[in-house]
Ligand binder design. Structure first.
Ligand code: NCD
Length: 314
């Protein structure tokens, strides 16, 4: 794999992550310093699935670096409707743009697409697979609120289909983090992910639970996720778990006063709105961090910086 595609967080070392986070913090402090860095650069946006934050923050990031975007638009209005393959679509759009951002409902789509193009390709979510740029902004927000070492984090909700969870869990193995995974049994982490995490983190940093209660008081960060309804093969299976995990003020009464609550958003009903006004809530700040973090990532990838990337085993 080329060093300048970003497909999964498995390809990111601690050094690469810190490079991006440090640079994002620099940009956050003075965005005007990079306002013209990518004048004349065009980023191609290919979103085959709905997106608000990811797509708009990539667009904002590119424009704040002085560049612009070309957007495939919705699948319904593109040639995909006529039966064009993903390989053909990316090969055409790489001729228009200096980099590509791809979101696709099929796991593995970004890996496959990256094999057909020479411009940097960023995975903005491949089915239930990975979402590495969300992970970078998650890590940035965790670092700002709780620090990344000596961290105890609870990751709760749909761990089976949640790509943000998979990417975050892999990335956290680079740090001294105790990860608690909380979900109904049917939505546990895929066994191959658990296996990989144990391999990468000697097993001591990972525990699975079916209830939040037993771990909540020990957590520095609680990362809540939406049940990924659109990925359930059977709506009845979704109905069995819908609404099973909800955080409200009563839940947090047992939490550490310093607890930071994160969520990649969109939320459905996992976090009661009453939490929004508490000092625990950092999910809107987390979404805003998407811009400086994606500015840093885009600048490094488009400048062919060798510090991020590396080999992926995907
Ligand atoms: C997430 C995604 O698309 O995986 N959204 C996002 O990018 N912030 C999470 C989700 O849809 O639940």
């Amino acid at each position: 794999m080329r060093h300048d595609h970003l497909i999964t967080s498995k390809q990111l070392s601690r050094g690469a992550i810190e490079t991006v986070l440090d640079y994002a913090a620099e940009i956050d402090a003075d965005p005007s310093a990079v306002a013209d860095r990518h004048a004349d650069t065009l980023l191609g946006l290919l979103f085959f699935e709905p997106s608000t934050r990811t797509k708009m923050s990539f667009e904002t990031a590119m424009k704040r670096l002085g560049g612009d975007v070309v957007d495939m638009g919705s699948v319904d209005s593109s040639s995909v409707k006529k039966g064009e393959t993903l390989a053909d679509t990316v090969r055409v759009i790489e001729g228009y743009a200096d980099g590509l951002v791809l979101r696709h409902p099929k796991q593995g789509a970004a890996t496959m697409a990256s094999e057909f193009v020479d411009v940097p390709l960023v995975n903005a979510g491949d089915g239930a697979g990975h979402h590495p740029t969300q992970t970078m902004l998650d890590l940035y927000t965790i670092r700002e609120n709780a620090g990344l070492d000596d961290l105890t984090i609870g990751i709760m909700g749909d761990l089976k289909y949640g790509r943000t969870v998979h990417s975050l869990a892999y990335a956290l193995t680079n740090f001294d983090a105790q990860q608690h995974f909380i979900s109904p049994e049917s939505l546990q982490l895929p066994r191959e992910v658990v296996y990989d995490l144990h391999q990468q983190q000697d097993g001591t940093g990972i525990k699975e639970h079916d209830s939040l209660e037993e771990v909540l008081p020990s957590l520095d960060v609680l990362y809540v996720t939406r049940i990924q309804r659109e990925r359930f093969p059977d709506e009845n299976e979704y109905q069995k778990v819908a609404g099973e995990y909800q955080i409200d003020a009563d839940t947090l009464a047992a939490a550490n006063d310093e607890l930071t609550v994160l969520h990649p958003l969109p939320r459905v009903d996992e976090i009661a709105p009453e939490i929004d006004e508490t000092h625990h809530a950092a999910y809107f700040e987390q979404a805003h961090n998407g811009v400086p973090v994606r500015m840093a990532l885009l600048d490094l990838l488009l400048s062919d910086d060798k510090r991020i990337g590396g080999d992926s085993d995907e």
